[in-house]
Design a protein around this ligand. Sequence first.
Ligand SMILES: Cc1cc2nc3c(=O)[nH]c(=O)nc-3n(C[C@H](O)[C@H](O)[C@H](O)COP(=O)(O)OP(=O)(O)OC[C@H]3O[C@@H](n4cnc5c(N)ncnc54)[C@H](O)[C@@H]3O)c2cc1C
Length: 525
Amino acid sequence: MSQPDIVIIGGGLAGLFTALKLSPLPCLVLSPRPLGEGAASAWAQGGIAAAMAEGDSPESHAADTMVAGAGLVDEAAALSLAQEAPERIFELLDYGVPFDRDLEGRLLQSREAAHSFRRIVRVGGDTAGHAVMQALIAAVRNTSSIKVLEGFIAEDLVVVDGRVGGVFARGEGGAVDKATFFPARAAVLATGGAGHLYRVTTNPPESNGIGLAIAARAGAVIADTEFVQFHPTGIDIGRDPAPLASEAIRGDGAVLINSAGERFMLHVHADAELAPRDVVARGVFAEIAAGRGAFIDAREALGRHFAEHFPTAYAACASVGIDPAVQPIPIAPAAHYHMGGVVTDAHGRTSLPGLWAAGEVASTGVHGANRLASNSLLEAVVFGARVAADLKGLDARPATTVVPLRQPRAGLPTARDREAISRLRAVMQADVGVVRDDAGLKRAIATIMDIDAGAESIMLAHMATAAFLVAAPALLRQESRGGHFRADFPRIDDAWGRRTMTTLTALETVTATELGLTRKRAAGE
Ligand SMILES: Cc1cc2nc3c(=O)[nH]c(=O)nc-3n(C[C@H](O)[C@H](O)[C@H](O)COP(=O)(O)OP(=O)(O)OC[C@H]3O[C@@H](n4cnc5c(N)ncnc54)[C@H](O)[C@@H]3O)c2cc1C
């Protein structure tokens, strides 16, 4: 049977919602793992923001989004996102998502930090992502126009006559020797975030920046990739991804200490442990960088009640023999959300004809320099729906029949590449993380280039490209704003009050001329 020629890369919320909205137009969804696995969407705990409560309005939602984005949010994009939110929530209800309701059957909405109203729809408290994905997966399995190939990792976009004409993807989770070519009239990039470029992250391993890299290598314009949101208290017990010590633990009185037992946040902010997320993340980072380590100490505040109040965090600690009732818990800032990505317009079109993008991999202009909580699931469904609407108007041009030749190369990392990935993630954590400066960023870029040049597998080469796409704009942006903090330029600078719009080639040229660092692409590119 022939394959549909609209290829959606990624089976998270953005990919599946696009596929459902495309129906009855046929499409193919490529997913590295069985649907529901390997997607951050299924891990979302909070919920989805939508201005539906009495007194609330899309204008207020957009205004909060703009404040969070620290001057770089595209106002029209934020407003239209907020305006479409209620409609998308009703659609999710139609797909069977059991959002929490009150006794009279009205949707329950809760409040989250930096939202002016009770605006978050949830499921069963903290299981929104899982519930949304379960409902959509069931709908996808019942929609005959959607073909799903599980176990496929996309590794290249093929551009024919200036237009994306197909996707190379490798089966068996990337383990097979040869990639398969999928001709495409249109490709939709829905590969999620890039947290796994960092040693400590809350994201699943598949959030490794490959989607961003393949689009950038194909020539797509990217934006705002220097902006990465960190969760201040990932539990640093060598588990990958890192379990979270939720903010509620600090809310219940636990304090942050270093290995000498000092409460370091007292010297950083008047609100100490309850300061804004990015401030706490920087405080934790500074202690670790100074070799003093950072810990959550819940001994006095929670003691024996810890296990009962925070069973997930307790189980994570217990698995490595830490008892939070009597021991401090080691923590590190964890890469949580990537604000930047592949630039799209309001329809989800990228700068590359034939390529659309939706979800965390995209840069639609709604997040600016920092994401407002619960706006990311919303963005995935709003832009998924828009991409589908746009593709319905696509002319019936045939997909290319040309199957390009490629250099044979390993898909999955070799033993040597696995070591290099650890090095890459460590340097990103240390030098392109919560606190950055000129020397560290230059050091990181040199390391990334070195790793890239020696990459034996496609996966490592793509991860190195994605890391470069975060580090190089971070070096160029000489100010601090949102998810980008420079110790050597600690203040916001109006001269930098614009989104970063660039390409891989432009960044390579700047780093070559200004730093004398040349990215040597490995054979096969
Ligand atoms: C712990 C946690 C809690 C969160 N809580 C919230 C919350 O409460 N509210 C909120 O709005 N946001 C939350 N977020 C953020 C939100 O979950 C994500 O931004 C959102 O789910 C992204 O959706 P997506 O479809 O773009 O990506 P994902 O859901 O990550 O899906 C990406 C898909 O692409 C696949 N993929 C990756 N690379 C390739 C490739 N090369 N080829 C083929 N497929 C590929 C992945 O396997 C996956 O199937 C949270 C994130 C985390 C990690």
